[in-house]
Design a protein around this ligand. Structure first.
Ligand code: BG6
Length: 488
């Protein structure tokens, strides 16, 4: 354990992730008293800046909501230091080590065994390995606890992911490595386990006998504006599906965790071309640019998908024949991430037109769990209507402050809890599902079909037919809206 003393080193602290996510999360933990008493944070990046410039930069997204928080923010600034240096020079790393030792000594940590260090890599993948090497050789403290936190992308396919894994594995022990998938830190993703295994009525209806299909959807209302350079190399499947959405699928589909979640991944067959729909957005004719019009995009004839719908099949006793459809897209009509579990039709139904039951876990925004079911229309009518049992977190838990995913995950690192991080064997199994498909997409000879959709739309027109083909039934959705009008 960390014994209340730790130095957190944020590598790449001048970048986007650091200012948008890492520092706000560190401050969130600090202000609520969740960082150890004896803590110091050291930012490290190539850019030369003063301490003041650095702290202004990394706190620009923190918006204190009260005088008290404002005061906390001032205190927080005092536990921060910046050190600039290169990523591939021994000398820079030795200087960083000296800075850390000096700070540790000043904080009364004279014993080497009390000098624990967390290295948080908020870096582009091109420097993952040189940085990990520099740290291991010059900044690692053999006598204390060291942790290395890494962010995706973890490679681009099975082979490159394994190479990265081997290189990191040669330097750090698996128990020292924390691979972040920030979806695992989201409140509603963490709640899936409780929902499934603490409720007998779900536990027994959670298989192919009752469930017809599962839809896991990620929608973003903006395109890749300005990020085209990064995105074009990866595409929507690598960006959010192989990692975030597959993690959600795993939690929905895995067996009770007396076994482990890795088992279910090993039962998923690699995605077939005929089970996919790929798209790329075009301009909306109203000023919103198409993907290919982005200035940051180099290849103006790029065929990188910004939308994908993929049907996955799990070949085990529980799920044989149940499609799990993952859908993700940039530049759509709304921001929404949800899981929709659609149950089968009621056999021998007494009533006409009853819609299927659906259990929806809305991951964001407006966290909620709701179950769509059929009931008699209230009053003199005998008609069946569709309604819901609705647990909307913000209505039900009024003083609730849902922690940001990164806060929850950094706290797990400090508590030595690996359960919400990506394991190496899990990563390998997940790449195996996607790699053949990704290689086909990347191969210019294959010229796979790529449909278009306008910026700000629901996605490609072909989507409705695609999901129907995998069992999804939209019937009766015309009379049903959620959240109900009165609450909206
Ligand atoms: C990141 C992707 O991993 O997740 C981004 O690289 C995406 O493209 C983001 O926008 C979505 O995260 P969130 O927490 O906003 O849903």
């Amino acid at each position: 354990e960390l014994n209340g003393a730790v130095t957190i080193v944020v590598l790449g602290s001048s970048g986007d992730l650091a200012k948008k996510k890492t520092y706000p999360a560190l401050f969130g933990l600090y202000k609520n008293g969740f960082l150890p008493n004896n803590v110091h944070i050291v930012g490290y990046a190539r850019t030369k800046m003063t301490q003041e410039e650095h702290i202004e930069r990394v706190t620009q997204y923190i918006k204190p909501k009260s005088d008290e928080e404002q005061a906390k923010l001032q205190q927080f600034k005092h536990i921060n230091t910046y050190q600039s240096g290169l990523y591939d020079q021994a000398e820079s790393w030795m200087q960083l080590n000296q800075v850390l030792e000096k700070l540790e000594t000043e904080r009364g940590l004279t014993l080497a065994s009390s000098r624990n260090r967390v290295f948080y890599m908020a870096l582009p993948p091109s420097v993952f390995i040189p940085v990990a090497q520099g740290i291991k050789q010059h900044v690692y403290n053999d006598q204390g606890i060291n942790r290395l936190v890494v962010e995706k992308p973890f490679g681009k396919d099975t082979e490159s992911s394994n190479e990265l894994g081997d290189a990191l594995g040669a330097l750090f022990k698996e128990e020292e490595i924390y691979r972040i998938d920030h979806y695992l830190g989201k409140e509603m993703v963490k709640s899936v386990m409780n929902l499934r295994f603490a409720n007998i009525f779900f536990a027994h209806a959670w298989d192919r006998q009752f469930i017809d299909n599962v839809q896991i959807t990620f929608k973003e209302p903006f395109g890749t504006e300005g990020r085209g350079g990064y995105f074009d190399e990866f595409g929507i499947i690598r960006d959010v599906m192989q990692n975030h959405l597959l993690q959600v699928l795993t939690l929905i589909a895995m067996e009770r965790p007396i076994s482990t979640d890795i088992k279910v991944l090993k039962c998923i067959r690699p995605i077939k071309m005929e089970d996919t729909l790929l798209g790329q957005y075009v301009g909306d004719g109203n000023g919103k640019p198409g993907y290919l019009e982005d200035d940051s995009l180099k290849n103006k004839a790029s065929r990188t998908p910004t939308f994908a719908a993929l049907a996955l099949f799990i070949e085990n006793e529980r799920w044989e024949g149940v499609p799990f459809v993952l859908k993700a897209g940039k530049a759509l009509n709304e921001a929404k991430v949800e899981v929709r579990i659609q149950f089968k039709n009621v056999p021998g139904n007494l009533y006409d037109n009853t819609a299927r039951n659906e259990l929806v876990i809305r991951i964001q925004p407006k966290e909620s769990i709701y179950m769509k079911f059929n009931s008699k229309q209230p009053g003199l009518s005998y008609q069946t209507i569709q309604t819901d049992l609705d647990l909307s977190y913000h209505d039900r838990y009024t003083d609730l402050a849902i922690p940001d995913a990164y806060e929850s995950l950094i706290l797990d690192v400090l508590r030595n809890d690996h359960s919400n991080f990506v394991r190496d064997d899990e990563l390998e199994a997940s790449w195996k599902i996607f790699t053949p498909l990704l290689h086909t997409i990347d191969d210019p000879q294959q010229h796979l079909p790529l449909v278009t959709y306008p910026y700000g739309s629901r996605g490609p027109q072909e989507l409705n037919a695609f999901v129907q083909n995998f069992g999804y039934d939209r019937s009766d959705s015309s009379t049903y809206t959620w959240p109900r009008q009165s609450m909206a």
